[in-house]
Design a binder for this molecule. Structure first.
Ligand code: ADP
Ligand code: NI
Length: 222
């Protein structure tokens, strides 16, 4: 397929997703997807990869979130439905749908089924948007959307297994600050690409500094 057609597919997909995610306020809004798309393009330019698959994977990656659905394959199905209108080969469609189905963080120690460079790039880009300054806003916006407390010092920070992690999505007493320990502080060391790893360092440090300040104030110090 000529590259002009691929650009048209990307544009149509971006317009579609922008419309679909217009009113999302819990951190999975269009601007999250747009940032992931931008970061993914930036990494793709530095790592040998199929940029079309990377861009489409980034644009479709949150089309249906696994924790919000009983069906873990809801994302891939929704992506496939969208992709079938275009003249794309089956392999490309399968590749994009595999990324959509497996990009999500499933808990520390859970198997990562992302196994292609394109998938690794999309996963790194999604994870980079989960750490840093905007990410801190996203955590508390997500918690607020579920009526969760900011912090509860009586709830343990011990690491959760995959099933425990999955349950945090519906545990309305899981404080937002626990999400840093359940997921966000682990992401730097889970980056797939060397470009992603480099980009994660500054954002990670910013979160660490933020948490230091958070707990200092929590204890009434300073
Ligand atoms: P992924 O993008 O890997 O599927 P999620 O959809 O679980 O990850 O989370 C995306 C973002 O939503 C997180 O990085 C975080 O900002 C926010 N979020 C998810 N779960 C929680 C939670 N339990 N508490 C606070 N924020 C959360
Ligand atoms: Ni995402």
């Amino acid at each position: 397929m000529a590259s002009i057609n691929k650009q048209t597919i990307i544009k149509k997909t971006a317009d579609h997703i922008a419309k679909e995610f217009d009113s999302e306020a819990s951190g999975h809004d269009w601007y999250h997807i747009k940032r992931v798309w931008q970061i993914a393009k930036e990494i793709s330019a530095k790592e040998k990869s199929d940029t079309f698959v990377v861009e489409m994977g980034a644009l479709l990656h949150d089309i249906a979130d696994w924790k919000e659905h009983d069906d873990e394959k809801a994302g891939g199905k929704a992506a496939r439905k969208w992709l079938q209108q275009f003249e794309l080969d089956k392999e490309t469609i399968n590749h994009i749908c595999h990324i959509v189905d497996h990009v999500s963080f499933k808990g520390i120690g859970a198997e990562n089924k992302i196994n292609t460079i394109e998938g690794k790039i999309v996963q790194d880009a999604d994870r980079l948007d989960a750490i840093g300054a905007i990410a801190i806003a996203r955590v508390f916006a997500f918690g607020g959307s579920k009526n969760r407390p900011i912090h509860n010092p009586n709830i343990s920070f011990d690491p959760l297994d995959e099933s425990g992690y999955r349950q945090t999505k519906n545990h309305n007493n899981r404080p937002s600050v626990h999400h840093f320990y359940d997921k966000l502080l682990h992401l730097k060391d889970l980056m797939n690409t060397s470009t992603g790893k480099k980009m994660a360092i500054r954002r990670h440090k910013f979160m660490e500094d933020y948490l230091k300040e958070f707990f200092k104030e929590w204890e009434g110090n300073g």
